[in-house]
Every structure is written in C-alpha cells, then in structure tokens.
Unconditional design. Structure first.
Length: 317
C-alpha cells in the first residue's frame, strides 16, 4: 500500500521519553496521569503525526513496566477530554476500566475515554499506536459508544483485524501522507472502528444497552424524516423523554444531539463519495432531515471546522 503524492508530506516529530520526566511528558502528549515506573533502564520514544484534527502517536518502551492511572481528581482538574484509540503492536497491557479487567494482546484495539477513570499497566516491552480523537469525531458515529469504551476489540480476526491492519499501515506510511490523504484515511479508520465495535467488543449487553441499541437503529432508519425528535423516539419506545435522555447521557450526549450528529455524519460521508456528486449540497442536507441549508451549513462547520462546500471541493482537488 502506497500513499505517495506530489503534495507536501505530513511532518512527524520524535520525542525521547525519560523516566525522570515521564509523568510530565505523558501529560503533555496525552493527558494527566499518575505514573509509576518499574525497572526503567532505557529511554523510550514517541513518534507524532497529525491527521487533520486527529493525532497519531507511536509509543515504544523497550524496557521496564509503566503503570498509568487516570484518577477522578485528575479528571476534575483536566482542561481537555479526548478519546484515545489504542492499537497494541507488541507486548501486552492490563487494562482496568470501571472494575472490569481486560488483557490486550498484539493487534488488539481498545478505546479509552480521558473523562473516565481507568488504569493501564504495560509489559516490559511495549509498542503501541495511539490515536487522539476529539470527542465529536466519535459521538454520533459509534452506536453504544459507552459500552465500547474500555472493552477489548479483538485484533486477530474480522473487522477488528481490518482496523488493526489499517492503523498500523497508516502509521508506517505516515511520512508519505499528505494532509488530504491523512484526513481521508482517518475518516475511513473511524468508520471501520464503528463497524468493528458491536461485533468484537467483549461485553454483554444489559437490558438498557439492548434498548439503546434498538433506539439507535430506529433513529438511523428515520434520519431522512425531518419530524424525527426526542418526543417521537420516546413515544415509539413507550418511554418518557426524560428516561430516553438518561440512556443517551451514558454516551455523554442527548437524544437531540445524537440525531443531529448522525445526520451530519451521514451528510459528510455522502459529500465525500463520488456517487453523490450529482446531488447538490442542499439536496443532501434535505435528504438527511435538515429543513434548511443555512442551519445545515452552520451545524456542519461547527462540527467539522469546514463548510460542506470546502469538504466537497477537497475531494475533487
């Protein structure tokens, strides 16, 4: 697989990770943790590449164990909260998320939320790829997002394997990627993760999770209906709007925000696909439940930091 282009390739930074400064370095690169090092004899390194509004970080710790703990105290004082997609290349990691223990092996993937408590302990030789992802890039994209966070996505088969391979290929090819190709691959990766999550995440569904999944499906089938609202969704499932929003609150969102996010995400995909080139931006907006183009344009720019026309034009440059 090659991504060579005449355009300027993406820059990559390298940072040496030293034991005496590890906590500060991890906080600067990721977020704040309580950090414990054991048998740390050799410096590690991090290679950093930006993919649009995502950041790709390759961490290599050749020797020694590292334990990081994201505590509630640190969460309360943190100024930023991201999702982190972790793809393990070699070694293993013990993940403790809300009391559930998971062991990640080579090629496995886990999604972590810096707004939640968790702890991770690495093996003596630890090599992993991390993708720092703004919250809005996943909220509205992945059904049952809260259930996926902290669960192991098996990287040895199925969609999990495809996502793992793509993550590793993007990291290896990062020096040859252009900004445009990097952003497109990042979108493809997030879409692939959205497909892999419900298939491979190791966690049983509770009754409320099952209900939320049915509601996600109900909304997805009716995004073209401009009358779709929290009230109509709640009525269709014989629950109150208050309880409906409690279900979505576990995804750090609300019903109305979820509907908007799904409409915007479907519109974004169609704007990037050549098969929809014959449709105007206004037609795509209306077909995805928006009543007027101005509302669509404002919401789209607020979410993706560019206008629908700019996104479409980039795809044809």
């Amino acid at each position: 697989m090659s991504f060579d282009s005449q355009q300027q390739p993406l820059p990559r930074r390298r940072i040496v990770m030293r034991k005496e400064h590890l906590a500060e370095q991890i906080a600067a690169l990721f977020t704040e943790f309580e950090v414990t090092c054991r048998d740390w004899q050799q410096d590690g390194e991090v290679l950093i590449t930006s993919l649009g509004d995502l950041e790709l970080l390759r961490t290599r710790f050749p020797q020694g164990e590292v334990l990081v703990h994201r505590t509630q105290r640190l969460i309360d004082h943190s100024q930023r909260h991201f999702y982190y997609v972790c793809c393990l290349i070699s070694g293993y990691a013990d993940l403790d998320y809300q009391g559930a223990q998971t062991v990640l092996q080579a090629n496995d993937i886990a999604l972590l939320d810096s707004a939640q408590e968790y702890a991770m302990a690495s093996s003596r030789v630890f090599d992993a790829i991390w993708i720092a992802t703004p919250r809005h890039r996943l909220e509205g994209r992945i059904a049952n997002l809260a259930r996926m966070v902290g669960a192991r996505i098996v990287g040895q088969s199925g969609s999990g394997r495809l996502a793992s391979v793509l993550i590793q290929e993007i990291e290896q090819q990062a020096p040859t990627l252009t900004e445009e190709s990097g952003m497109r691959l990042a979108n493809a990766l997030l879409d692939l993760l959205a497909g892999a999550a419900p298939i491979t995440a190791e966690r049983a569904l509770s009754r409320s999770d099952q209900l939320l999944r049915r509601i996600h499906h109900y909304i997805e089938e009716r995004l073209t209906d401009s009358a779709l609202s929290p009230q109509t969704v709640a009525a269709a499932h014989a629950i109150s709007v208050r309880y409906l929003n409690r279900l979505f609150a576990r995804e750090q969102t609300s019903t109305a925000k979820w509907i908007l996010a799904r409409r915007l995400e479907r519109s974004r995909r169609q704007l990037e696909q050549s098969e929809f080139d014959h449709q105007t931006i206004g037609t795509i907006a209306m077909n995805n439940g928006f009543n007027d183009i101005s509302t669509f344009n404002r919401a789209f720019k607020a979410r993706y930091a560019l206008t629908p026309r700019s996104l479409r034009n980039k795809g044809h440059d």
